[in-house]
Design a protein around this ligand. Structure first.
Ligand code: MN
Length: 310
């Protein structure tokens, strides 16, 4: 599949994972690779948290109380386990591995995520955000699930397309900018080549096992940024592995990202924060057994819009 002719990729970058606590010190351990110190976005993908595998025995599992979003889409994807989603549109949905939860915040939504009472023993997944372009960031909020996503297969490689298009397969989920997100499983001994779009930048995160990505060995932890200019990507594995491929047209709009908000300037963040704190503008999440998450205090200095590379 694909060919290397015409490719002129730049050097790869290793974006190191930062540990974060989701839901406080007793919450799940999470590693964040986007935004990263030197690179804030890959296409319009602007946030990437990976968690697990966690053994849930004796713990409450995921407990993320109601909180607001603006200006983005959230993509929830599980490798194992279950997460129960509630939002201010009235959605109540339990997702499982292989199913996409896509929440479009647009001008404003609030939601909660929790491990359901009945659950399997191990939780593992990724939480991603996609920045909405200025032309569409005020769209009405929406929540959709997709259990039947297209799969691209080649030898021992199988790529499930979450969002966008890969190798001619297009996800039914709506994206607002040219991009792609795919989970790729590699069987033991697999060695395949996936066609890429040379005008997209790409990055790969290992979820399980070790994969060889264009000759580099990738294990869970850092995000391998591949840049633009590639027409194909060689993926191989000696033993079973699973990776996440992200890509898209480089997102040139400057963003202010603060807490759960993606905006364009400081004042929009101040307004969104004030609306959340006053209980207006983000609706109500019903049925979550716990408090909503208060916004942190604003920083003393004004938030500055950032470009994709800083
Ligand atoms: Mn959220």
């Amino acid at each position: 599949m694909g060919s290397d002719r015409g490719a002129d990729p730049g050097p790869v970058e290793w974006l190191e994972a930062a540990p974060v606590a989701l839901g406080g010190p007793r919450g799940l351990g999470v590693t964040r690779t986007l935004p990263n110190k030197g690179r804030r976005t890959v296409g319009a993908w602007c946030f990437l948290d990976a968690y697990g595998p966690h053994e849930l025995a004796g713990s409450a599992g995921m407990r993320v109380g109601p909180h607001p979003h603006i200006g983005l889409q959230t993509v929830s994807w599980l490798v194992s386990g279950e997460v129960l989603h509630r939002d201010s549109l009235g959605s109540l949905r339990e997702i499982r591995p292989g199913q996409l939860n896509l929440m479009t915040a647009g001008r404003g939504i609030s939601h909660s995520e929790e491990t359901p009472a009945e659950h399997t023993p191990v939780l593992q997944g990724v939480q991603l955000w996609v920045a909405l372009p200025d032309s569409d960031r005020d769209v009405a909020p929406a929540f959709d699930t997709y259990a039947d996503l297209p799969v691209v297969a080649d030898g021992g490689l199988a790529a499930t397309v979450l969002l966008g298009t890969l190798a001619g397969a297009t996800s039914p989920a709506r994206a607002y900018t040219p991009l792609v997100g795919a989970e790729i499983t590699l069987a033991a001994g697999s060695d395949s080549r996936l066609p890429l779009q040379s005008d997209f930048e790409y990055a790969v995160l290992a979820l399980d096992g070790a994969a060889t990505v264009d000759g580099a060995t990738l294990k869970p932890g850092p995000l391998l940024y591949l840049g633009t200019g590639r027409t194909s990507l060689r993926l191989a594995a000696g033993s079973p592995a699973r990776v996440l491929l992200l890509g898209g047209e480089p997102f040139e709009e400057r963003l202010v990202m603060w807490w759960n908000f993606v905006a364009r300037d400081h004042d929009e963040i101040v307004q969104a924060r004030a609306e959340w704190e006053s209980g207006s503008g983000f609706g109500t999440v019903h049925g979550y057994d716990g408090p909503a998450i208060p916004a942190p205090p604003m920083p003393i200095t004004r938030l500055l819009p950032r470009s994709r590379v800083r």
